[in-house]
Design a protein around this ligand. Structure first.
Ligand code: FE2
Ligand code: FE2
Length: 262
């Protein structure tokens, strides 16, 4: 029988290692030509996560749980290291020690994703497969802010002359800010198990909005790839945010399955 912790660990590492590698790549693209040290550090993380992907390809769901646990620890260290690098760049940026083309919110955003990844690995090694009902709201707050941020990045990286798309991105940003606050409101109410219908309702509402944001990102990705719109968005960044929306949808399904088993 497949060990669920092993299967989930490999799945998280497969998804997030590629994401971490791409973050380093996006950061390197945003630096100026004279910021060679920061570019070299970004390149170091691209190589590091590539090596992790290679090791991952040698593991399967039938691998020894002990081996996967050790791998989780190794990847956890890499996730913490890239988190520290991102926070360092954020600090230098906020103190205006460096000027480049990565928005502070974007650097903060990708550091939150690294922290989430590191934390997932720690939880998996502690035997926690999925969040408890009380933690579902907290995780939703995390993902809703991620989605709200994406809408803002897209809106600000599109060419200002793409008025319709900029408006659409702004609407998504507003929609997700509202959902985020709704989730925070619910979090303050400290739900107990009897509020499961409310959690269900929150997940249903979130799913509707994430699906439409996912479709918007898909369209944007296709338009960018075909060079049909003007923007500063790298095609890989468009695909990256699309994949993160797909991931959130999968995670909503996972939460729902957790609630059914309570
Ligand atoms: Fe990301
Ligand atoms: Fe993201």
């Amino acid at each position: 029988m497949v060990n669920p912790i092993v299967a989930r660990s490999l799945d998280e590492i497969r998804f997030w290692s590629r994401i971490m590698k791409e973050h380093a790549f996006f950061l390197s693209l945003g630096f100026t030509y004279d910021q060679k040290q920061l570019i070299a550090e970004a390149q170091h993380f691209i190589d590091l996560f590539e090596r992790i992907e290679e090791k991952l390809s040698r593991l399967t769901v039938n691998s020894e749980p002990r081996l996967v646990q050790a791998f989780n620890n190794e990847v956890h260290q890499a996730a913490v290291a890239i988190w520290a690098y991102k926070r360092k760049v954020l600090g230098m940026t906020l103190r205006c020690e460096i000027r480049h083309n990565n928005y502070p919110l974007l650097i903060d955003h990708i550091s939150r994703e690294a922290a989430y990844f590191a934390n997932r690995l720690k939880e998996l090694n502690a035997g926690v497969l999925a969040p408890k009902p009380d933690d579902i709201i907290k995780e939703n707050v995390f993902f809703l802010k991620i989605m709200a941020d994406h809408a803002k990045f897209i809106g600000h990286l599109l060419d200002p002359s793409e008025r319709k798309l900029v408006d659409q991105a702004r609407e998504f940003s507003h929609d997700f800010d509202q959902l985020l606050y709704q989730a925070i409101d619910l979090e303050h109410m400290k739900p107990q198990s009897k509020t499961i219908p409310l959690l269900d309702q929150m997940l249903d509402q979130n799913r509707v909005s994430v699906k439409s944001l996912r479709d918007f990102k898909k369209t944007a990705r296709e338009l960018i790839e075909a060079c049909r719109i003007k923007s500063n968005i790298h095609p890989l960044l468009a695909d990256h945010t699309f994949r993160e929306a797909e991931r959130f949808l999968e995670i909503i399904d996972l939460y729902e399955a957790t609630l059914e088993n309570v």
